[in-house]
Design a protein. Structure first.
Length: 335
């Protein structure tokens, strides 16, 4: 298919898009097929019947970053330039420098367990399974084309709320289960705690502070016992995977809340927080306190918590900032 001028347009679905993807996939498989798990068609052109920008979105899924340097080297030899993650973590962007006879396409490389790969999969499946969602998305895109006057960045931004809303709703409807934390959950819960702190909290704390907060040599038995000492300790679980943990005592102290690094921004924290606040309601506790990290502070503020004071706490020789926060439950009802 011919390449189109660099303009922002949305076209009715074209069955040839699937054929074009197959051509590009087959070419890429010749280059990196032995290095990746799969090469898949994502984005609107992968959904039959959905209007889309005539650009094929492709994700090559790798096992881990251990193989990534070899992928970069292979693709560079055939004219692809690695351009970083484009602002989206664990989504590596590749630009085609050598002209070819394929229609326009975007090539990304993601680890199999990356949040971006997971989000793309969830959103595509939702569009494929629910015609109402697909129709609403198509109408939104046609509306935005008239509003953004060719501004690609604005077009993408204005679609984001819809996309994240669909992903969040899908996750919430896929039977996230809350249950009590048990001692045999300790290893999986600690892995969640450690990886989340060392990735999500990295923007607000130094490596030394993160190591003090979640050290590699932590005694898991002691850590698990500390969690179990709380009156109420829970895990959020999906498909037998622990994706969040929370804990509280009977006196209104919200001890901890962590969500797996690959399940951020899809409502897991809200589900856990709602449950813990309802636990306080059942205990007739009306005032909740917590010590929130810099990273977690905005989440708690949106839930009606306010800052009592900023604190500097010493932990294993490092000094970390957090915030003592409080929330009053109106008539004992959690929001």
């Amino acid at each position: 298919m011919p390449k189109l001028p660099n303009t922002l347009i949305v076209l009715p679905y074209d069955p040839n898009w699937a054929t074009e993807f197959e051509r590009i996939r087959d070419y890429l498989m010749e280059q990196i097929g032995d290095l990746v798990i799969e090469i898949k068609h994502t984005g609107s052109t992968s959904v039959p019947g959905l209007a889309a920008k005539p650009i094929i979105d492709i994700i090559a899924v790798m096992e881990s970053y251990a193989i990534f340097p070899t992928i970069v080297s292979r693709l560079k030899k055939v004219g692809f330039q690695h351009e970083g993650d484009g602002g989206i973590k664990e989504r590596e962007v590749f630009k085609r420098l050598i002209p070819d006879d394929f229609m326009d396409y975007h090539l990304y490389v993601c680890p199999k367990d990356s949040e971006e790969n997971r989000r793309q999969t969830i959103f595509k499946n939702a569009l494929l399974k629910n015609k109402e969602i697909a129709d609403a998305y198509g109408k939104l895109k046609m509306q935005l084309i008239d509003e953004v006057n060719g501004d690609r960045v604005l077009y993408t931004i204005l679609k984001t709320d819809f996309i994240l809303g669909v992903i969040k709703k899908t996750i919430q409807e896929s039977e996230i289960k809350l249950r009590e934390f048990h001692s045999n959950d300790c290893k999986q819960a600690w892995d969640l705690f450690y990886s989340t702190i060392h990735s999500i909290n990295r923007a607000d704390y130094t490596d030394e502070q993160l190591d003090a907060w979640a050290p590699q040599d932590m005694d898991l038995n002691l850590w698990g016992q500390k969690l179990l000492r709380n009156s109420y300790s829970i895990v959020a679980e999906q498909n037998s995977i622990i994706i969040g943990i929370g804990a509280a005592d009977d006196n209104g102290y919200f001890d901890l809340l962590y969500v797996h690094k690959d399940y951020q921004r899809i409502g897991v924290a809200t589900i856990i927080a709602n449950d813990i606040e309802n636990y306080f309601c059942r205990k007739d506790v009306h005032t909740i306190t917590t010590n929130a990290s810099i990273t977690a502070k905005p989440f708690f503020m949106k839930r009606g918590y306010y800052v009592l004071k900023k604190q500097i706490v010493e932990l294993r020789g490092q000094y970390l900032t957090n915030y003592r926060m409080e929330k009053i439950l109106v008539e004992g009802v959690a929001e």
